[in-house]
Design a protein around this ligand. Structure first.
Ligand code: ADP
Ligand code: AMP
Length: 214
């Protein structure tokens, strides 16, 4: 099964993508996570990507598309994957479509996790991310067992620089300009499904499972 998560930054794409990946035994592929691990390792790609990420801008397609295509050619992706944060532009979606159709494949579901802008700033201000494994929490809605410490690996939890309110506002405007048109794009291909992302995260997941089938 090949799934794309759509929705604003902070809508809950990563939270749901991890649960879907676990439920269906497919990898969770997050371009944001791949960029952040490149930044941590100090690679050339990470150095270039950081300039854009810190400003709340999109990393150019020229850097992003090749990186994602390499990732989905890995052996672990042969039975499908859940893409989180890709595609974010129409050219990215077109590149993905072409790469898949060359292999006689297609996207099965594009899940739009719908959350209004008013809720997003609050979501992002409370998001805490693990500096080591990238697991995410929310101070109120999805807290770690020990405050400030990751349940998965025991490392420290931080507020991402790009989750600060001024950067979130910029990211939301980029989302409306460049990424939201993908909802119509996938609507036309008949794979779009919608879930109400303002519900409790377990209810959002239950809605997704009822669409995908258990
Ligand atoms: P995205 O991957 O779309 O940027 P995340 O999955 O990281 O978003 O979620 C953003 C923040 O909101 C996180 O702190 C997460 O714990 C929290 N969150 C996710 N889903 C919900 C929900 N349904 N209700 C409340 N908070 C949520
Ligand atoms: P995320 O973790 O998905 O919120 O992504 C964090 C940041 O990484 C985004 O704000 C962008 O700067 C960058 N990024 C992630 N995925 C993409 C993508 N598909 N295209 C361009 N930039 C991306």
């Amino acid at each position: 099964m090949k799934i794309i998560m759509l929705g604003a930054p902070g809508a809950g794409k990563g939270t749901q993508a991890k649960k879907i990946a676990e439920q269906y035994g497919i990898p969770h592929v997050s371009t944001g996570d791949i960029f952040r691990s490149n930044i941590k390792e100090g690679t050339e790609l990470g150095r270039k990507a950081k300039e854009y990420i810190d400003q709340g801008a999109l990393v150019p397609d020229g850097l992003t598309i090749g990186m994602l295509m390499d990732r989905i050619q890995n052996e672990d992706c042969k039975n499908g994957y859940v893409l989180d944060g890709f595609p974010r532009t129409i050219p990215q979606a077109e590149s993905l479509k072409e790469a898949l159709s060359e292999r006689g494949q297609k996207i099965d579901f594009a899940i739009d996790v719908d959350v209004a802008d008013e809720n997003i700033i609050n979501r992002m201000a409370g998001r805490r991310a693990c500096i080591s494994c990238g697991a995410t929490y929310h101070l109120v809605y999805n807290p770690s067992k020990v405050p400030g410490i990751c349940d998965v690996c025991g490392a420290e939890l931080i507020l991402r620089d790009d989750d600060k309110p001024e950067t979130v506002k910029k990211r939301l405007s980029v989302y409306h300009d460049q990424t939201k048109p993908l909802i119509e794009y996938y609507g036309k291909t008949g794979v779009l499904v919608n879930v109400d992302g303002t519900q409790d995260l377990n209810k959002v997941f239950a809605d997704i499972i009822s669409i995908l089938g258990a």
